[in-house]
Design a binder for this molecule. Structure first.
Ligand code: SF4
Length: 328
């Protein structure tokens, strides 16, 4: 079946993925493959703007790719590659920077946030981040970019940059990408308050062992009104129940919904049931991951092949770009 166009998306190499990544982004990546030619990039250069040490970059990339592949990213059709393996992106970043007013970059809320977060390291990379992101997207002639509500300004920036470049050099070399607004599910961590995140250590890794998963679920915060086993609870405000709705069969979800409210089930048993269902749901993914991990050089082969295919598209774009600029 003919695909609807090309999708591009990039993600930082954050290592082993957690349920927040899985439910919020990876499942969406997998589904998009049915309708689009997908280009998924591990943006290691972007990561350099904030990482303190680079010694884990390679390992984090490999772990993340393993999770992606286990979750259903199909490397025979989808291009999976590392940003720095296609140096053309640096060149395009430079050309795009020439049509980017400085004030536009300093005004972006994401830049201001970063300045607040790391005042001791306000590097050019942070300022130029959206330009590099624009280069990533247009280098691969992406028609569509999946964006959550918070990334919408960056995509708009990319579209404006494309218009500026095409106008400045009187060309149609660059394609203005369309936003595909996706509802990025916000998954709360085991604290039941903050978004699931590694840095807050409130996460559950998708490739955790069943025992590790059970231990993490046991730590999940529940409805605080249930001080005693006999206190009725409210599943609507409990993250354990939210997770049941994602991982448990309908019969269990209904049972928890009823029994929690009349103290018919205790939180310990409720969590045991969730851990069992979660482990059962994730078991095929984990088996696949272990199988991929046992193949020597498999991840590297996927990334090398992805970079080769990405470079072909990138070089085509750059030839048009250089011609449009009339570089000697
Ligand atoms: Fe949450 Fe389950 Fe306890 Fe109800 S019984 S408060 S849903 S953990």
């Amino acid at each position: 079946m003919a695909k609807k166009g090309r999708v591009f998306s990039g993600a930082r190499p954050t290592g082993r993925q957690h349920l927040g990544n899985y439910l919020g982004a990876i499942q969406n990546y997998v589904a998009l493959q049915d309708d689009y030619d997908c280009v998924y990039c591990i943006v290691d250069v972007h990561a350099l703007t904030t990482v303190e040490t680079t010694q884990d970059l390679k390992q984090n990339t490999a772990e993340m790719v393993l999770d992606w592949l286990a979750a259903g990213i199909r490397p025979a059709e989808t291009i999976v590659f590392v940003q720095s393996h296609v140096p053309q992106v640096m060149e395009l970043h430079t050309y795009l920077s020439m049509v980017t007013p400085l004030g536009k970059l300093t005004d972006l809320p994401t830049f201001k946030d970063k300045v607040r977060q790391q005042p001791e390291n306000v590097n050019y990379g942070l300022l130029g981040y959206p330009v590099l992101m624009a280069a990533d997207i247009v280098l691969y002639k992406a028609d569509v970019v999946p964006v959550g509500i918070d990334q919408a300004p960056h995509l708009e920036f990319t579209r404006e940059t494309v218009r500026s470049f095409n106008y400045r050099y009187n060309t149609k070399a660059l394609i203005e990408p369309q936003a595909k607004h996706t509802e990025i599910k916000k998954v709360l961590g085991i604290d039941g308050v903050e978004k699931m995140s590694k840095s807050l250590n409130n996460h559950i890794e998708i490739a955790a062992t069943p025992e590790e998963t059970t231990a993490r679920v046991r730590e999940m915060v529940t409805d605080p009104a249930r001080m005693k086993r006999t206190d009725p609870g409210n599943p609507d405000i409990c993250n354990v129940y939210t997770m049941h709705k994602i991982f448990s069969p309908q019969s269990d979800v209904e049972m928890v919904n009823v029994e929690c409210r009349r103290a018919g089930i205790g939180c310990v048993d409720c969590k045991k049931l969730l851990a069992k269902n979660m482990n059962a749901q994730l078991e095929p993914l984990r088996t696949k991951r272990a199988e991929f991990a046992s193949r020597p050089g498999y991840v590297q082969d996927v990334l090398d092949d992805g970079a080769r295919r990405a470079r072909v598209i990138a070089e085509q774009t750059m030839q048009e770009v250089r011609k449009a600029i009339q570089l000697p």
